[in-house]
Each structure stands twice: as structure tokens, then as C-alpha cells.
Design a protein around this ligand. Structure first.
Ligand SMILES: Cc1cc2nc3c(=O)[nH]c(=O)nc-3n(C[C@H](O)[C@H](O)[C@H](O)COP(=O)(O)OP(=O)(O)OC[C@H]3O[C@@H](n4cnc5c(N)ncnc54)[C@H](O)[C@@H]3O)c2cc1C
Length: 256
């Protein structure tokens, strides 16, 4: 259980950022991860009054507020139509509907969980993380960095891509033993593997869309995997080419 002595619903991003510079403070989004961490902090900073929830479609991108619930991404018709239903497929296996109604995209991206389905898909889609102070940072960079004290305001996803996600779970709603996400754009196909069990990483970029089993096996052979209680390194290496082939096939089939 997490304990916070003071609770502040920030009235502006400036206020939230200033308060968050103290190590005794913490940003609280849906509190779905934090509440399990046994944290004992002086101050919880809530972003709920800052209008950061919502999905906006512009001419060339989807701009998603960091406080947007995972369930909103899963069910958003325009977002799913644009990316071949990849958000519905990626997010539906996460815990349960009530959980996804509260967990947020900002909390998921900030935390950089090694098991994250959310980060794997966003990484494949070449998303940008828009931070209050730093501005827009490619997720491919943000994902590798240590936790900082900036505030994510939005996630920006460029349009014009086809995407697909596959995961393997020991049982439904469990954390994935392996996640694969692919996105196909004019530049070629980008392939991401997550739950290796480590932070999702781009394992191939600008692949030819018609790449076959030999290519995916070569990628799996050079990708770092590990073992944990959900799967062994050998299992992950064996299954990865199958997931990549399924994602590639789905990217070839769905329409952008
Ligand atoms: C039991 C359980 C199972 C899960 N299974 C999966 C799974 O299978 N797949 C998957 O992808 N995910 C899974 N998750 C992760 C989940 O989807 C959320 O990513 C996670 O719970 C974060 O929740 P939250 O949005 O409520 O963030 P919080 O718990 O409120 O915050 C998480 C972290 O992000 C920081 N933070 C939040 N918002 C911001 C912001 N805007 N700017 C800067 N920092 C911020 C907080 O300070 C905190 O450090 C699971 C989580 C739990 C608890």
C-alpha cells in the first residue's frame, strides 16, 4: 500500500512540475502501480485537473493526453481504424476492464516496465513522448533513459502506419511472457520485442514487408532474452520468430 501525507490536485503544469522537483513528492496518475509499491511519500501530485485526458486526431498524428485511460485507447474507433485494431489487441489482455479504466498511458510510458504491452506497441509506432520541460522526445530514446522528474503531457503517434501486436501469456490477464509489436510504414517494417523480460526494444527497422521465417529467426538469434518465472530464455528465443511472422502477416493484411 502507498501512503501520502499530502494530496495536491495541481492547477497548472507549472505547479505540478515545481512540486515534483522534491524527491519526497510523486506524480500520481491512476495510482494503479504506485498503490502496490509500498511507497511512503510526503506528497501525491494529481494531474487530474489539467485536461490531459483525451485522444485528438490531427492531420498527421494522434495526440493522446498522458492521463488517458488504457481502456479509452482500447476502444477508440478512430485510433483502432488507423492502426488496424492494434490498440484493442494490445490492451485487452491487460488485467481487466476496471483496471484499464484507471491505468493511464502516461503512467505506463513513464514507468518503462519491462513487461509493457503499451510501450511495445508505441515503440513500434515510432511514438514521441511530449514532456513539459524537455518537449518531444522519441520513445526509442525515452525508453532507455532513467526515471526523471519531468511530466509527460502527451504521447504523439504519427499516422500512415499499419500495426499489429501478438503476445504469449501463461494464463489470460497475466503479464506477458513475450510481446511482439510491428508497424509498417513507407520506410519499411519496424519490429519490437518486449517482456524479454526487459524493456521493449526495436529489434529490426526498415525490414522488407515480405520478410520471411529466416529473417525472423536471425533477428531472434541476436536479440537479448532472459529467463524469469514466466518463461526461459530458450523458450522466448524459440517463440519470438513465430510472433514476428504473425505480426508481419497481420501488417500485410490490415489496411491503414
Ligand atoms: C497487477 C498489474 C498487472 C499489470 N499488467 C500489465 C500488463 O500485462 N501489460 C502492461 O502493459 N501493463 C501492465 N501493468 C501496468 C499498467 O498497465 C500501468 O502501466 C501501471 O499500472 C501504471 O498505472 P497508472 O497509469 O495508474 O500510473 P501510476 O501508478 O499512478 O504511476 C506510475 C508511475 O508513473 C509516474 N507517472 C504517472 N503519470 C506520469 C506523468 N504524466 N508524467 C510523469 N510521470 C508520471 C508515477 O509517478 C509513477 O512513478 C500492470 C500493472 C499492475 C499493477
Amino acid at each position: 500500500m502507498a501512503r501520502y501525507k499530502d494530496y495536491v490536485a495541481a492547477q497548472s503544469l507549472e505547479e505540478a512540475y515545481a512540486l515534483n522537483q522534491k524527491k519526497s513528492a510523486v506524480i500520481v496518475a491512476g495510482n494503479m502501480w504506485l498503490r502496490m509499491c509500498g511507497l511512503n511519500r510526503q506528497m501525491a501530485i494529481d494531474l487530474c485537473r489539467l485536461g490531459l485526458d483525451g485522444i485528438e486526431e490531427t492531420q498527421d498524428a494522434f495526440v493522446i493526453g498522458s492521463m488517458t485511460a488504457l481502456r479509452a485507447l482500447e476502444t477508440d474507433a478512430a485510433l483502432n481504424a488507423a492502426f488496424g485494431g492494434a490498440f484493442a489487441a494490445a490492451l485487452a489482455p491487460i488485467v481487466g476492464t476496471q483496471f484499464r479504466n484507471t491505468a493511464t498511458v502516461g503512467g505506463s510510458v513513464y514507468a518503462r516496465f519491462g513487461f509493457s504491452d503499451v510501450s511495445a506497441l508505441l515503440l513500434a509506432l515510432d511514438a514521441q513522448v511530449v514532456c513539459f520541460k524537455r518537449g518531444a522526445v522519441p520513445l526509442s530514446l525515452y525508453q532507455k533513459e532513467p526515471w526523471d522528474r519531468d511530466i509527460i503531457t502527451h504521447i504523439r503517434i504519427p499516422k500512415g502506419q499499419r500495426a499489429a501486436v501478438c503476445s504469449v501469456r501463461t494464463s489470460a490477464t497475466d503479464i506477458a511472457a513475450l510481446v511482439c509489436a510491428a508497424a509498417r510504414s513507407q520506410a519499411g517494417m519496424r519490429m519490437v520485442l518486449g517482456a524479454r523480460p526487459a524493456r521493449a526494444m526495436i529489434v529490426a527497422d526498415a525490414l522488407a514487408p515480405e520478410s520471411g521465417a529466416d529473417v525472423f529467426e536471425a533477428i531472434a538469434a541476436r536479440t537479448p532474452f532472459g529467463s524469469n518465472l514466466r518463461a526461459s530464455e530458450a523458450y522466448r528465443r524459440k517463440v519470438a520468430p513465430v510472433l514476428m511472422a504473425r505480426c508481419a502477416q497481420a501488417c500485410r493484411e490490415v489496411t491503414a
